[in-house]
Design a protein around this ligand. Structure first.
Ligand code: ADP
Ligand code: MG
Length: 575
């Protein structure tokens, strides 16, 4: 909690200004009852109209001044708490960006979203309340008490009964409520999770007519959250009436006993009026103070959730001193690489060794689940390997800044992902400063020119969120163009040709050849026709390399490869 409040530092001047202004406001509030007492005691009793008008004018002026201070204080308090929240959100977001896929899996996207938004808001609200109450409440209650005692010490004994009563009531209610606040944040996570899945999985849900099921799931989560919120608010709603009751009873007691004292001539009417006002101030500030004590557990729960994110050290980080002794451009070497996904029982890749060089096409072939995509992920260092090493240009990728590594690579993922924006925007994702000619060329090579031209605005046609307005094969070709425009040293095509028909596949690979003469090309595929003319074919089977060679060599000697080929090609094609 305190750690997070350190984020307030850039706003310290605004915070101090807000606090000073709000203290001035409370002092004016404490001064006003004295003037009321004066008007009644000296003005009305003596029938001195002049005095009444003068003091009344002063009261107006003091009240107006207090009002201005209050507005100004709120302005600074709001600005600083808002700024604080903005910075905190930025900090959480920036930290989450450093997470490896492992940390994303650990927290879950929905929870990360809630933590960045709602949890920050909870703390922001507490900071705002704190600035309004934390300092003024003690000033008001202690100042009010002193003034009340100075007016009439005996009558002040009423507070000795009223204040403990009020305090125990508030703590009782607060104690009941605060554990529920913690539960509410987790339930909000669940609600977000269900909603996200519901929206992103819309097509599948419709296709399988699972709307009812999803609706129920959402309703359960929604109801669960609502019920907890209602329970909390039901408890909290006792606060105001209970407090008003204590306060009104106190006022009655003050009027009752004060009246008796006035009738004996031991107190003046004006003082009684001032006394009632002091009583209200004291009790209201007690109330404010205790509200903060109620809010603190809630904000603390949120602060913990945020700290959990901030304190998570990304499992993949840049080396402190980068090894810059790179040799050549686009050399890739796997040396006895073994990798298992976090929590997996068996390694997804075992003892994988092969190398790929510039100007060569290295193909990786293997059945579904043999570890082909995993191999691309670890080359990009989305995950760190268990043992062995991956060298790029002779340097272990763990000794290289991640940005440096990824700058060398043009990656076409198995699941093509496009972003909302124009076609050109999406391709520029590969390299921001790409010219129009370069984009057009990349699109040409990726065999995407025809359909881009046929789109209503050509390169400026809009791609919908998630790329839903282009087909799977079109998406793949655009993401190939995105990798091409980068002109990287290493290309990774992860099953990028699978959604293309044989003819387009062949044309694309022919066009690629001209583009990639100086780069290493790693083509992951399941189709033999895609890999046949590669310089080197690595055959993966269940996470292990079972053969490396050209099509001819493997066909002659490798049983796994022979099997794959037999299942796909006709006799003439093999020959
Ligand atoms: P391929 O691309 O060859 O079809 P993958 O590399 O995607 O295969 O998967 C290889 C193995 O790793 C599979 O057994 C799969 O279950 C497992 N796997 C893939 N991704 C993950 C992940 N994120 N977490 C845990 N296991 C995974
Ligand atoms: Mg795959």
């Amino acid at each position: 909690m305190l750690k997070i409040l350190r984020e307030l530092k850039p706003f310290r001047f605004q915070v101090v200004a807000a606090l000073i202004l709000v203290i001035i406001r409370s002092l004016t509030d404490l001064y006003l009852p004295t003037l009321t007492a004066d008007i009644v005691n000296k003005g009305i009793v003596n029938g001195d109209t002049q005095f009444i008008l003068r003091t009344g004018g002063l009261m107006l002026a003091v009240a107006a001044f207090g009002g201005i201070c209050s507005v100004a204080s709120n302005y600074f308090a709001s600005r600083s708490s808002m700024g604080f929240a903005r910075n905190l959100r930025t900090k959480v977001f920036a930290h989450v960006e450093k997470f490896s896929l492992y940390e994303f899996d650990k927290f879950g996207t929905a929870s990360l979203i809630t933590r960045t938004t709602n949890d920050v808001t909870q703390i922001q609200m507490m900071v705002l309340m704190g600035m309004r109450m934390m300092v003024t409440a003690p000033v008001m209650s202690i100042g009010g008490l002193i003034l009340a005692i100075s007016k009439d010490a005996k009558l002040s004994l009423i507070f000795a009964v009223a204040l403990p009563l009020l305090f125990s009531f508030i703590t009782f209610v607060g104690r009941k409520g605060s554990p529920l606040f913690r539960a509410i944040q987790t339930k909000l996570d669940t609600l977000n999770l269900v909603l996200r899945e519901r929206l992103t999985g819309m097509r599948v849900i419709r296709a399988f007519s699972r709307e009812d099921y999803e609706k129920k799931r959402f309703e359960t989560a929604n109801r669960d959250y609502t019920d907890s919120a209602i329970r909390v608010h039901r408890i909290m709603s006792m606060m105001m009436p209970g407090m008003m009751m204590v306060m009104n009873l106190t006022t009655i007691a003050i009027v009752w006993f004060g009246g008796i004292r006035i009738s004996y001539g031991e107190m003046m009417t004006g003082d009684l009026m001032a006394f009632i006002q002091y009583g209200t101030h004291i009790m209201f500030s007690m109330f404010g103070l205790s509200m903060i004590f109620v809010m603190i557990p809630r904000a603390a729960a949120s602060a913990n959730r945020i700290n959990e994110v901030l304190e998570t050290v990304p499992s993949i980080s840049d080396p402190e001193t980068a090894n810059t002794e790179e040799q050549g451009h686009g050399h890739v070497e796997f040396r006895n690489v073994t990798f298992s996904y976090p929590g997996a029982e068996r390694p997804a890749l075992r003892n994988v060794s092969f190398s790929a060089g510039p100007g060569e096409v290295t193909a990786i072939i293997g059945g579904t689940g043999s570890g082909k995509s995993t191999l691309s992920s670890i080359l990009l260092r989305f995950y760190d390997i268990d043992s062995g090493s991956i060298l790029v240009d002779g340097v272990d990728i763990r000794e290289m800044p991640q940005a440096r590594l990824r700058e060398k690579i043009g990656y076409v993922p198995q699941q093509a992902v496009l972003f909302s924006g124009t076609v050109a925007d999406n391709i520029r994702f590969g390299r921001e400063e790409a010219t129009e000619a370069e984009i057009a060329h990349a699109v040409e090579v990726a065999q995407a020119a025809d359909f881009v031209k046929s789109m209503p605005d050509g390169f400026n046609s809009l791609i919908a969120q998630g790329g839903t307005n282009v087909s799977g094969g079109q998406k793949q070709r655009l993401s190939i163009a995105r990798a091409l425009v980068r002109r990287p040293e290493i290309y990774i095509f992860d099953d990028s040709f699978s959604a293309l028909d044989f003819k387009t596949d062949a044309r694309l690979r022919a066009a690629l050849k001209g583009e990639t003469t100086e780069a290493s090309v790693i083509i992951v595929a399941q189709r033999v026709s895609t890999v046949m003319d590669a310089d080197r074919i690595v055959v993966l089977d269940d996470g292990e390399v079972v053969g490396i060679g050209t099509h001819r060599e493997l066909l002659a000697s490798n049983p796994v490869y022979q099997e794959i080929v037999a299942s796909q090609l006709t006799e003439e094609e093999i020959a």
